[in-house]
Design a protein around this ligand. Structure first.
Ligand code: PLP
Length: 390
């Protein structure tokens, strides 16, 4: 029996950047010590207060189906947080709770695109971006943000790609995975102008919005005329160290939330109710808790910058946010892929080659700031020495 063509189409377009991740896992399984800087996951477990709230909710009987867009109290808390953080008055009806940010990205694109459409995304990109767009049946077209431009996307490039393809949507991400770049107010304004001019839906992935080391987070939804065409993706994974809980959301115009609710009825049936109660408890811990989760990444980003300072072979892209730093190794003359392959074999250090996030990140390495400080410093110091010895 043959399966249908949809998933093979997604798989064929998928990144092979996992090669280093699998190699690191195999080495560890064989008993070797590997400094692993590949995985974008907080290196701490979910806070006991959050787990207790989940436990109490479950023991209290909240174990049944939860139809619809989420528990009213959680939608209220998310709406209040968005209002407070962005200044855009946001109603609970504008929020749907999803099983993680990835499911929110999928739902947003399913609602906005279908076969025959085109969805744009900025590259370097989080690897599921093109495949999430392809999953809807639409075509996925990248718009490059170049290293020379500090990985800030340009409005002209978006408009050119839209004119060429007739695209209906654009997917952006700030603070950015993989580059660690935070879009400037000018970049965000340019994106908003392009979306209004070309009548594009904007899907704004803001799952790293609590991880800002320089400047501020600017959401395009706050700009004039953008609320009605912007779909914001949020998640508890990175901001509250809750990756395994699978709790994210969409903030969007009512018609998008209603359509995503129909989709949920036909896929997930909503999000586990006691997990939603845990998310509510986590949000109630407030901004101090979010800062506590972000603090190690802020510290480690400084350690990476110190370790590469003075090197003429390795530098960093402007690392203003998110739990990653992009190392620019173009001066070594070898590709990110070749560098990463040699690094794991010769140094037992695992990093993601820039190329696995698109050609716009060629000659770079993505370092996740998820190892203890001393291990991270050692790893980056050895990466610099390796680059200089090439
Ligand atoms: N968006 C970006 C840019 C990410 O880096 C990730 C995870 O690494 C996600 C979305 C999905 O995260 P989650 O589904 O855990 O919320």
């Amino acid at each position: 029996m043959q399966i249908g063509p949809r998933i093979p189409r997604i798989k064929a377009a998928g990144s092979d950047g996992w090669e280093i991740v699998y190699r690191a896992r195999a080495l560890v399984a064989a008993g070797e010590h590997v400094l692993n800087l590949t995985i974008g996951e907080p290196d701490r477990t979910t806070d006991p207060r959050v787990l207790t709230a989940m436990h109490e909710a479950a023991m209290g009987g909240l174990t049944g189906y939860t139809f619809g867009p989420g528990l009213p109290e959680l939608r209220r808390a998310i709406a209040a947080r968005v209002t407070e953080r962005t200044g855009v008055a946001t109603r609970p009806e504008s929020v749907i709770v999803t099983p993680g940010g990835q499911a929110a990205l999928f739902a947003a694109h399913m609602v906005l695109l279908s076969q025959g459409d085109t969805g744009l995304y900025i590259t370097p990109h989080y690897p599921t971006y093109p495949t999430t767009i392809l999953a809807t049946g639409a075509e996925a077209v990248s718009v490059a943000a170049s290293a020379e431009a500090g990985f800030q996307p340009k409005a002209e490039a978006i408009l050119e790609a839209q004119a060429r393809t007739g695209a209906r949507s654009l997917l952006i991400n700030t603070p950015n995975n993989p580059t660690g770049v935070v879009y400037t107010p000018e970049t965000v304004a340019g994106i908003a102008d392009a979306c209004r001019e070309a009548n594009l839906w904007l899907i704004s992935d803001e799952v790293y919005d609590t991880q800002i080391w320089e400047g501020a987070h600017h959401t395009p939804r706050a700009l004039p005329g953008m609320e009605e065409r912007t779909v914001v993706i949020g998640s508890m994974s990175k901001s509250h160290a809750m990756t395994g809980s699978r709790l994210g959301w969409i903030v969007a115009p009512d018609e998008v939330v209603e359509a995503a609710t129909v989709l949920a009825t036909n896929t997930t049936y909503g999000v586990v109710p006691y997990i939603q109660k845990g998310a509510l408890a986590a949000l109630e811990l407030g901004p101090d808790f979010e800062e506590e989760i972000a603090a190690p990444f802020r510290r480690r980003r400084a350690l990476v910058q110190a370790a590469v300072a003075g090197s003429d072979k390795v530098s960093t892209a402007p690392a203003a946010g998110a739990m990653y730093v992009m190392l620019d190794i173009r001066e070594t003359g070898i590709s990110g892929e070749a560098f990463a392959r040699r690094l794991i074999e010769e140094e037992r250090i695992a990093v993601m080659p820039g190329e696995s996030f698109g050609a716009a990140a060629a000659g770079h390495l993505r370092v996740a700031l998820t190892l203890p400080d001393a291990d991270l410093s050692e790893a980056v110091t050895r990466i610099v020495a390796f680059a200089e010895g090439l």
